[in-house]
Design a protein around this ligand. Structure first.
Ligand code: GLT
Ligand code: MN
Ligand code: MN
Length: 391
């Protein structure tokens, strides 16, 4: 036990499919024995996690009878209670079964769309029964290889119809549930619709109930697009749409690796934790911290729990480092907000008078252009904090 040992107050969660990943990849079968969901709950609790998330079919096999479902749910609820664990988020598997080979909500076939809606309503019922407050939508199969198959605008419109329908369903059932949309640019499809968090944020503004819908950005997915994950998360936070987050790590330009959080690009992981925790001063993110990642294929079960504990420890270490970085007087001096009592009031809230004053203000672009900003010093200070020789 040390300061970085995780505990329930840290709000760390894992999906059943994450620690339960048996190591299968496109080139080889499982390297680990699958674990029972109730066992996963017990082991995650021992590791210090706060909750567990699931797809409908992580718990209830596809095609199970109502009686089988009820008995599985009863047993699972017992395990949650025995281990003081919660289910903050649930989702639907709309990608494994061959019926979804060409998407679910965006499929050209109304029968597939009908099946997807029905499966999602059942899975929402399951999630709510287990206590979930967030419902994730990851449209992994909503995309194309043969792009001539449909007008991409129909895919967008059909997805909107599905979201509006499901929001109404939630309202009709009086569930206390919000949706979080997760973007990914490709894999398993050649191209996936709504490839980034930014695309999702705009799409949400076109829905009938935008207040019920936010985003679930994933480190690996934004990285696959070659974009800054930190900036995507910041944009979501700035408009109060960060409803959930999928933490993992990813080498740039690769397939979706879902590596242990912080194991690649430590700088970005640090800046992300700094943003989420608000150590710079902004409002923090207060939702669950979900690790959507899995242990290397080389690992046995012991390696899986090393992976889980490592994910949480790295987050806590980075959080402590972010606090020290933002409390460092040299850092604070370098990034102190610049104030100008005369100019600041002229820069927002246009009026004719303000714009006239702005035009009259004395500004010297040559002098401003010559001014050094000391970002080399700032960045090196960050490196020294990260590398453990400062703070
Ligand atoms: C799948 C995917 C993840 C999504 C999960 C939710 S399923 O593992 O790779 O990024 O978050 O459906
Ligand atoms: Mn994810
Ligand atoms: Mn992923």
């Amino acid at each position: 036990m040390d300061a970085y040992t995780p505990n329930k107050s840290d709000r760390f969660t894992f999906g059943l499919w994450t620690v339960g990943n048996p190591g299968r990849d496109p080139f080889g079968p499982e390297t680990r024995v699958p674990m029972r969901p109730t066992y996963i709950v017990q082991k995650l609790a021992e590791c210090g996690a706060y909750g567990v998330n699931l797809h409908d079919n992580d718990l209830i096999p596809f095609g199970a009878s109502a009686a089988q479902r009820d008995s599985i749910v009863r047993e699972f609820k017992g395990a949650l209670e025995d281990n003081g664990m919660v289910v903050p988020m649930a989702t639907t598997n709309l990608f494994s079964h061959p019926v979804f080979k060409d998407g679910s909500f965006s499929s050209n076939d109304p029968k597939v769309r009908a099946f997807a809606l029905r499966k999602t309503m059942d899975a929402i019922d399951l999630g709510v029964e287990l206590g979930a407050k967030i419902y994730v939508f990851w449209g992994g199969r909503e995309g194309t290889e043969a792009d001539a198959c449909r007008d991409p605008r129909s895919a967008i419109a059909r997805t909107r119809d599905a979201m509006d329908y499901l929001c109404e369903y939630v309202k009709d059932q009086r569930y206390e549930l919000r949706f979080a949309l997760e973007a990914k640019p490709n894999e398993p499809r050649g191209d996936i619709y709504f490839p980034t968090t930014g695309h999702m944020l705009h799409f949400i503004s076109t829905l009938a109930h935008p207040e019920m819908v936010g985003v679930n950005p994933e480190v690996a997915h934004e990285n696959m697009s070659g974009l800054s994950f930190v900036h995507a998360v910041a944009q979501a936070m700035e408009c109060a749409k960060l409803f959930h987050i999928d933490l993992n790590a990813q080498k740039i330009g690769r397939y979706d690796q879902d590596l242990r959080f912080g194991s690649e690009d430590v700088r970005q992981a640090f800046l992300l934790v700094r943003l989420l925790e608000g150590t710079l001063g902004g409002a923090p993110y207060t939702g669950p911290l979900h690790f959507d990642s899995h242990a290397y294929r080389t690992e046995d079960e012991a390696g899986v729990w090393d992976f889980a504990r490592g994910s949480m420890r790295t987050y806590k270490i980075l959080k402590a480092k972010a606090k020290r970085f933002d409390a460092d007087p040299e850092v604070r001096a370098l990034i102190a907000e610049q104030k100008d009592a005369a100019l600041d009031p002229l820069l927002s809230g246009y009026t004719r008078e303000k714009s006239a004053k702005l035009r009259g203000a004395v500004l010297d672009p040559e002098e401003l252009g010559r001014k050094g900003l000391s970002y080399e010093k700032l960045d090196q200070l960050m490196m020294e904090h990260l590398l453990g020789v400062r703070g």
